[in-house]
Design a protein around this ligand. Structure first.
Ligand code: DCP
Length: 677
């Protein structure tokens, strides 16, 4: 639910910069011969030429829309150039677009200099330009400038008519240079000049054009830049003067308002008969609070008046990473082995992104979440949502794969009910999965100077072969679990949009409370999981591994017989017996094991016990036995935690967070949990 924040009293200048037909521009930069031609980026599949996910403005003027499929687009615009999204692991590979987005954010943040810069999605950025605008107003106000750049003079100023043709630029100049304007609009005038220059520089440095909205606060900027720049794109900018706010809000459809596109907006329409944001004005704050609670009520009252205290966050990196895929219609997944196959692919992609985040930005994520959409055959309860599940995130692709699958099974058990598939006439009730995604969130910076632990994470990238691990049987009997350490999230809030029929890449940009999330979804050409070859994972670095080895060896020469931390964890994770464990039994249950999800197998309870016993011994190192030089490199917080693990025979804590959802655990214990396979 949205939360009201007090609006800061000072006038601010906030800009929202949005790239034009972004994926198309990325492709056109790669193939300059496509520039100026009607072009669309398509996620190819056999059905009607695949789904369009980005359309150039030339193609839009021929009637091509993003909702179309390739064949429809060709019918509407025979000369259209369709460029396919690269494919990796049987799904769309958006890395090129993500990198291009990061490049843009980098350039914008440098150009914005002292201003705060917040990455809002793959191709959108917020900028707080208040300081820059204030400096300009103090040192070189627009009216003192000899000339104002053409790009600034082409700005759209809401509330100002453009019918005067050539005189229009003069009107814009007058508006920017008005001496009697109120301070807020004077600052906006400076913002117009700053943003016009910034957009020109972005074009020069990245070859991408962008549009922008400029307003007094983030909400207005958000609202109106999205709305108005949609009308004035590409390569233009739109300004929302203070006087234009109320008029625009009064006619803005309620569902267009950020955070009101979903259930809350629908409730406002049906329960209060509200059609536009302006209609909200007739309700008192108390009335809105009665209906929607104190916070949301106040938030609604504020947005009806264009009030928002939301600050631009200084954040250039995503708040979470995700990888997903839809399986519509006949491609719906119907066996655990298929689900596991795809979860392995998605987990690989997720881990690739986590690894590069760790390497490039020194950040680690701590929560893994599984979302899915599903339906049941002969469903009497067809509206039941497939629950989302989370657990602490363990680094290592095989661990993520394992946890994702365990989360899925826990969710499936809940979805199917306590007694598993029920007989329906002669047939057993079965399930179908139409969308899967895994995401990593709660990303934090790791303290600087922790090179050993980083190398440790980077060495955790072995990928087991799917076929080697052996898939569980199809349609397993799902049994209720005695204890689950996973948390539950309301799927309505967290499940990314997964179109049931059409297959598009969905991209959920962040809103006030939700995390940033990229979801790449593509219809596969071949949804079968016959090919289970092990895949090489690219981030394992021999050099890095050698570095660790050398370091350990050197230390060992000094402290002969003294095991290093890295050795201990390596042994702990790579114990051959643990690796050889396979899930052969079709009954899968979740057990809490040191705070992490694990699958237990019926046949191997004795083996498990043996493995557990051995691990207990391995945890029995004393702090004094550890290579101090390696230990010292760890951040203090981690050192402290390790000390508690390393007391003789002391087990790591259960990992269950106090909040009960397991996801808020501050412990790093989960990073070191072993594979259960
Ligand atoms: N995208 C996607 N699937 C969607 C929406 C968008 O894969 N359903 C991708 C392709 C877009 C990019 O995200 O190029 C940015 O999305 P925008 O909504 O900003 O749309 P565009 O940048 O393509 O066009 P516009 O100029 O209208 O902003």
């Amino acid at each position: 639910m949205p939360v009201a924040r007090p609006e800061t009293s000072d006038a601010r200048v906030i800009a929202h910069v949005d790239m034009d037909c972004f994926y198309v521009q990325v492709e056109q930069r790669k193939q300059p011969e496509l520039r100026g031609l009607p072009t669309a980026v398509v996620q190819y599949n056999e059905w009607q030429g695949g789904a369009l996910i980005a359309v150039s403005y030339e193609a839009r003027s021929c009637g091509v829309k993003r909702s179309m499929r390739g064949e429809e687009a060709k019918a509407a615009c025979p000369e259209i150039q369709l460029v396919q999204v690269p494919v990796a692991r049987g799904k769309a590979d958006l890395n090129t677009y993500r990198s291009a987005g990061s490049e843009v954010v980098g350039v914008v943040s440098i150009l914005a200099q002292s201003g705060k810069c917040e990455r809002a999605s793959i191709d959108e950025v917020y900028l707080d330009l208040t300081d820059a605008a204030e400096s300009m107003l103090a040192d070189a106000p627009p009216e003192s400038l000899e000339s104002i750049d053409e790009e600034a003079l082409k700005s759209h100023i809401l509330g100002m008519s453009r019918e005067d043709g050539d005189d229009f630029k003069e009107s814009v100049r007058d508006w920017i240079c008005r001496k009697d304007a109120d301070r807020r609009d004077k600052l906006l005038g400076c913002g117009i000049i700053i943003v016009a220059e910034l957009r020109k520089q972005v074009l020069k440095e990245t070859e991408f054009s962008c549009s922008a909205g400029i307003a007094h606060n983030k909400a207005r900027s958000y609202l109106f830049s999205k709305l108005a720049s949609g009308m004035n794109k590409p390569a233009q900018q739109t300004v929302v003067p203070y006087a234009a706010v109320q008029e625009l809000l009064s006619s803005l459809p309620i569902k267009k308002m950020k955070q009101l596109g979903g259930k809350l907006g629908t409730s406002l329409q049906t329960d209060l008969g509200i059609d536009t944001v302006g209609d909200l004005l007739q309700f008192s704050e108390t009335k809105l609070q009665e209906h929607y609670g104190i916070n949301t009520g106040t938030w609604l009252w504020n947005i009806a008046r264009g009030i928002s205290g939301e600050e631009v966050q200084g954040r250039l990196l995503p708040k979470s990473h995700g990888s997903g895929k839809t399986f519509p219609g006949p491609r719906a997944l119907r066996s655990l082995s298929n689900v596991q196959h795809w979860l392995n692919q998605l987990s690989e992609e997720l881990y690739e992104r986590l690894s590069s985040d760790l390497e490039q930005n020194k950040r680690i994520a701590s929560t893994l979440t599984l979302h899915a959409s599903a339906f049941r055959s002969k469903d009497s309860d067809s509206h039941k949502k497939f629950p989302s599940k989370s657990c602490p995130l363990r680094y290592g692709v095989a661990k993520i794969q394992e946890d994702a699958f365990n989360l899925f099974q826990a969710a499936l058990r809940e979805y199917m009910g306590p007694f598993g598939p029920k007989p329906q006439g002669n047939k057993k009730e079965t399930w179908r999965i139409t969308g899967l995604s895994v995401s990593a969130s709660k990303i934090v910076d790791i303290p600087s100077g922790t090179s050993s632990i980083m190398r440790y994470f980077q060495s955790q990238t072995t990928i087991p072969s799917c076929s080697a691990s052996g898939f569980p049987q199809e349609h397993v009997a799902v049994t209720p679990s005695a204890s689950e350490s996973c948390s539950e999230q309301k799927s309505a809030e967290t499940l990314p949009a997964m179109p049931e029929e059409d297959i598009t890449v969905t991209y959920t940009s962040p809103d006030l409370d939700n995390s940033y999330r990229d979801i790449d979804i593509v219809l596969e050409k071949d949804a079968s999981c016959q090919s289970n070859e092990a895949k090489e994972f690219p981030t394992q670095s021999g050099t890095q591994t050698k570095t660790i080895g050398r370091k350990i060896n050197n230390s060992k020469e000094k402290n002969r017989g003294m095991p290093s931390i890295v050795d201990i964890f390596k042994n702990y994770n790579a114990s051959p017996q643990a690796k050889e464990e396979t899930q052969e039994d079709s009954t899968v249950s979740l057990t809490s094991n040191r705070g992490n999800l694990s699958s237990s197998t019926n046949h191997s309870s004795e083996v498990n016990q043996e493995v557990e016993d051995r691990r207990d011994t391995e945890w029995g190192y004393k702090v004094g036995e550890i290579d101090q030089s390696v230990f010292d490199e760890l951040p203090y917080e981690i050192q402290r935690e390790l000390r508690s693990f390393l007391r003789p025979n002391k087990r790591p804590n259960s990992g269950k967070s106090k909040s009960g959802d397991g996801s808020a655990s501050s412990s790093i214990a989960h990073y070191f949990q072993p594979l259960k396979r």
